[in-house]
Design a protein around this ligand. Sequence first.
Ligand code: KG4
Ligand code: ZN
Length: 340
Amino acid sequence: MPILTIESTCDETAAAVIADDGSVLGHCVATQEALHEQFRGVVPEVAARAHVERILPVIDNAIRESGVSRDALTHVAVADRPGLAGSLLVGLTAAKTLALAWRIPLVAVNHLHAHLYACEMSSVNSVYPCIGLVVSGGHTSLYDCQGPLDLEYLGGTIDDAAGEAFDKVAAMLQLGFPGGPAVSKLAAKGDPESHRFPRSMIREDNFDFSFSGLKTAVRYAIVGPGQQDFSKVVLSDQAKADLCASFEAAVVDVLVAKCEKAIRQFSRRQLIVGGGVAANGSLRKRLQQSALEGQFELTIAPMNLCTDNAVMGAIALEKIKRGEFSSLDLDVTPGLQRGF
Ligand code: KG4
Ligand code: ZN
C-alpha cells in the first residue's frame, strides 16, 4: 500500500509516492536555486514563500506520476526536523491537512536520518549497523547507526556545515549558488597542494568538525586579512581552480579522517554517506580509497538522492513498521542546537 512523502526542510519542495516494498512510484522536486542565487545563499523568508507556491503542484505531480489513486494512499510522511522553521512549517501543514482530509496517519521523518536512508535504499544488503556521515548544506554530522531509526550522534560541526563552506567559497569567487558543484568542477582543474589550508580539528579526539577557519583562510588567500570586498579582486581561472582544489582537499581530508576514526573506534565494517556534499567527486573517490585500505564496506547515496528529495522519506516505512505515528498537533523542530 503506497505512502506519500513530503520534504520542505530547506530550499527544495519535494514529494514522492513510495510502495510498501520501498520502490518509488512517482516523485517530484521543485528547486529554488534561481530564487536564492542573487543572495548567494538561502534566504529563509524567500524559501518559505516559495514552498507555499509549490507544495500542492509538487504533491499533485508526484501522485499523478505514480498512477496511484489518492484513495489508495495509506500514510502521509513529512520531514519535521531539522531545517528552516518557515520551510518546515509549509511541508508539515500540507501533510497534516492531507492526513486529516484523507483520514490517514501522519508520520514524522528526521531529514538527516532520511539522507542516510538513501544509502540503505540503494544497497542490495542492509547497510546497518554502520557509521553514518551526513554532509549537507546545513549539517555535517556523524552517527553510529544500529538501524535506520536507532542512531547515536557522535559529533558534528561546531560552526559552518561542509556544504555551507562550499557555498561561501563559491560566493567569494563569484561562482554562483549553490556553490558545491561549481567549486568541485573548478577544483578538478586545480592543484590541491597550491595552498596549504587548515584541517581544523582533524587530530582532536572527538567527532566534531569546524569549517569556518578554513573559509576564513580561503578569504585571506583571495583578499588578504581584514578585507571583505571581493568585487575588485581579479583572479585568473587557474588561480581560482587552485584555490578550489586546495579548499576541497582540506574539506575532504577532515571528513575522511573522522569517518576512519569512527569506523576504528566503534569497530564497524560499514560506512554510509549522504547529503548534498556526498555528490562531490573528490570526496567519493577518497572514501572509496579509504574503504579499500581500511577494509570496510562503503555505501554512498546515489547521485540523484544526495541533494534534498522526498524519495529518501521512504524511511517512514520503517516508522510505520514500528507503529510510530504523530498526532495532528505536531510542531516542527528546526534543531538549531547540535545533536540531530
Ligand atoms: O542535502 P542538501 O541538498 O541540502 C541540505 O540538507 O542542506 O545539500 C545542499 C548542499 C549545498 O551546500 C551544495 O553546495 C552542496 O550540497 N553540494 C555539493 C555538491 N553538490 C551539492 N558540495 C560539494 N560538491 C558537490 N558536487
Ligand atoms: Zn538535506
